[in-house]
Design a protein around this ligand. Structure first.
Ligand SMILES: [Fe+2]
Length: 191
């Protein structure tokens, strides 16, 4: 069983930067709920899970991806704040960190072991992709609407939809980790 303590440790370096204690707790709770519903029993299982089934991840796992995307989005915010004399919009750090940690939480429901050492899309994943199932999980633990937007709209489901700025940053950080792998597979990444 994956506990709140486990999730607290896995994402400690990011969670400690979320100022609002209630938001931090709900973020952890949504992860624990996702693990429970998806049938994931240990952190080792999460670390063995590729972050996508759409392309070869070359060993990049779900936890590493979640950390890279959250930190990437966080840095995108920081560099704008550092470079601009005046920020045209406000970036909410708590929302950005919680949204980053949760953007793919629905994948805990979307993927399942295929019984042959690999993974496949689950029935739940066929019925609702991770932006939808992740939003449902987050709603269940009473996360705020703006964090739901980060989850619901970070991928193609959000194309052309209204978004909080934190969703935009998470989307860009997400595709910065995904696109090079897809390009590699197609022979389109110049190395
Ligand atoms: Fe992602």
């Amino acid at each position: 069983m994956i506990t709140e303590k486990d999730i607290g440790q896995v994402f400690a370096s990011i969670l400690e930067r979320i100022q609002d204690e209630g938001l931090r707790k709900k973020t952890i709770r949504a992860w624990v709920l996702g693990c429970e519903r998806g049938g994931w029993e240990s952190v080792e299982e999460l670390e063995a899970l590729p972050f996508t089934l759409l392309t070869d991840t070359h060993g990049v796992n779900f936890i590493e991806h979640t950390i890279a995307v959250t930190e990437g989005a966080y840095e995108l915010a920081k560099v704008q704040e550092a470079a601009y004399r005046q920020m045209p919009y406000k970036i909410d750090q708590d929302r950005l960190l919680a949204g980053g940690l949760l953007h793919d939480v629905g994948k805990l429901l979307e993927f399942e072991p295929d019984g042959k050492g690999g993974y496949r899309k689950s029935r739940s994943g066929m019925c609702a992709r991770h932006p939808i199932s992740g939003t449902a999980l987050a709603h269940e633990v009473d996360l705020p609407d703006e964090v739901l937007n980060c989850i619901a709209c970070h991928a193609k489901e959000g194309d052309g939809r209204p978004q909080v700025v934190e969703t935009v940053l998470i989307h860009q950080a997400d595709f910065a980790t995904f696109n090079p792998l897809v390009m590699m597979e197609k022979g389109a990444l110049i190395q």
